[in-house]
Design a protein around this ligand. Sequence first.
Ligand SMILES: [Zn+2]
Length: 219
Amino acid sequence: MKRCLSCDISVGGHTRICPLCQNALMGKETPGIWPVITERLRKLALLYKLQLFVVLSAIVICVVVDFFVVKTSRFHWSVAVVLWALAFELFLRSVIRGRVTPVRLVTLTTFGCLVLLIVTSWYFGFWGICFHYIAPISISAVLFFNFVMCLADKSENAMVYLLVNILVGAVTYVIQVVVPGDILLPWSICLIITLISFIGMAVFKGRSMVTEIHKRLHF
Ligand SMILES: [Zn+2]
């Protein structure tokens, strides 16, 4: 390792000058201590910036066209475009940063898309299909996936997602009971799957479920 004789410190890597006093370092250089940015990484970073630029430009164009060019339209479709674009960027970021487990990816992506789809369908007038069919079917599918992952998962990482999933299924059903209107069959099936998941968790993983709830709610 290189040394600075005046500061009496060792400096790793290829640096030739002391970072403190700027004097020349003595001795042999050692392999770099910082990660090397490869050509591939540089290209990926450029690709990421390019797509970010395209997406942000598209957002600006859509918003300007929607609000200032086509003034006659009563509903502002660009809001839906902005939401989808931002969700896409968020998704891309978390994938790139490698903070995704299969459970997290499936749960958050499905729920995110579902919320966006319901908002979008409200704009475009197919809200009914989205809420009464697509929503309960997706929630049920993710519930089943999370339940299986939870039983297989040793680290208990899937537990919190399953619990949130159960909460979403139950709360949505309760809201429908309170708000007047028909509750269609898919939601009832979703409620059954929600309750069975909860019972299954309580039976097979009761202790870790209680621990997880304590941990998340801080009591
Ligand atoms: Zn020095």
